[in-house]
Design a protein around this ligand. Structure first.
Ligand SMILES: Cc1ncc(C[n+]2csc(CCOP(=O)(O)OP(=O)(O)O)c2C)c(N)n1
Ligand code: SF4
Length: 282
């Protein structure tokens, strides 16, 4: 197989993110993963919604679809079903993926398509200048919550596990080697691989800094990856920030299920059709 240069994956458009935005680490890790997996640019599709993070496909030399807010996953699943040979990666922000797009997250996890879903979580809506998102901590004052956030945040890791995702991990832009390693494992996983990537917004989130996030992060190790109950326990221990792979199981993908139906129709279709013609006497 051809050896590939990392430069092959750089898009013609240069990133427009603020300096030190966590999203740069995600982009760089993707370049490395594409090179290490020797993927040709025409074998990759990046699908996104709307937000700072959702600009990512513009910066990669591959197929890209910068769609509408929150609709990343149905588009990505349609592409994968139409051409299962492609490596399809959906990217979103926490507003896009856990706010307006939350229903798609749950239903896509249930269907288990062979998609990689990367949510760059900065705990706010950055592109629209810092409003509350579904992962913002309670009591935090934002431009849209002047009296502090009144709701509980959602727990994306627990939600993914309970919804049927077959690969669930948390990475952090401040630990790029781990991020690259988890992305490599996600690409190799045959099924819906979700990675919550804690990705600091240095412009609108003065609380979740690289320093504070690094201090509270720790790596999950020696862990029973198929144990759903243990994975949920770990997901709920939120005083510190666990990083790594929480859960991984194998079950059939929706592409495999659809392929079985198509093959059965090709095998049994003509005879069944003849029976129908006779029954309706057409
Ligand atoms: C249907 C719709 N509603 C609202 C918006 C306005 N809008 C643009 S980006 C965004 C949120 C982005 O937040 P997030 O997905 O977390 O991405 P980030 O910018 O933080 O990376 C919103 C609400 C929109 N573009 N379309
Ligand atoms: S506003 Fe925040 S999320 Fe958007 S590019 Fe700047 S640092 Fe990144």
């Amino acid at each position: 197989m051809t050896k590939r240069s990392i430069l092959e994956y750089r898009g013609e458009v240069s990133p427009v993110w603020c300096s030190f935005c966590g999203d740069y680490a995600v982009l760089n890790s993707l370049y490395q993963v594409f090179q290490r997996k020797k993927l040709a640019p025409e074998e990759i599709v990046l699908v996104s919604g709307i937000g700072c993070s959702s600009r990512l496909p513009h910066f990669v030399n591959a197929y890209g679809f910068h769609g509408v807010h929150g609709r990343t996953l149905p588009t990505a699943m349609g592409i994968k079903l139409a051409n299962p040979q492609l490596t399809v990666i959906a990217v979103a922000g926490d507003g896009d993926g856990f706010g307006i797009g939350l229903g798609h997250f749950i239903h896509t996890a249930r269907k288990n398509p062979d998609l990689k879903y990367l949510v760059m979580d900065n705990s706010l809506y950055a592109q629209t200048k810092g409003q509350v998102s579904p992962t913002t901590c309670p009591h935090r004052v934002t431009p849209s919550t002047p009296y502090g956030v009144m709701e509980e945040p959602i727990n994306p890791i627990a939600l993914a596990i309970l919804s049927g995702a077959t690969f669930v991990a948390r990475a952090y832009s401040g630990k790029p080697e781990l991020l690259t390693e988890l992305l490599l494992q996600a690409i190799d996983h045959p099924g819906f691989a979700f990675i919550q990537i804690i990705s600091p917004c240095v412009t609108f989130n003065p609380t979740d800094t690289y320093r504070s996030l690094t201090q509270k992060s720790y790596l999950v190790s020696d862990y029973p990856l198929e144990d759903r109950v243990k994975a949920l326990e770990l997901a709920q221990a939120e005083d510190r920030m666990a990083l790594g792979l929480f859960y991984r199981v194998r079950r059939p993908t929706i592409e495999e299920a659809v392929r079985e139906i198509v093959e059965a129709a090709q095998r049994e279709g003509p005879a069944e059709l003849a029976g129908l013609v006779e029954e309706f006497n057409v």
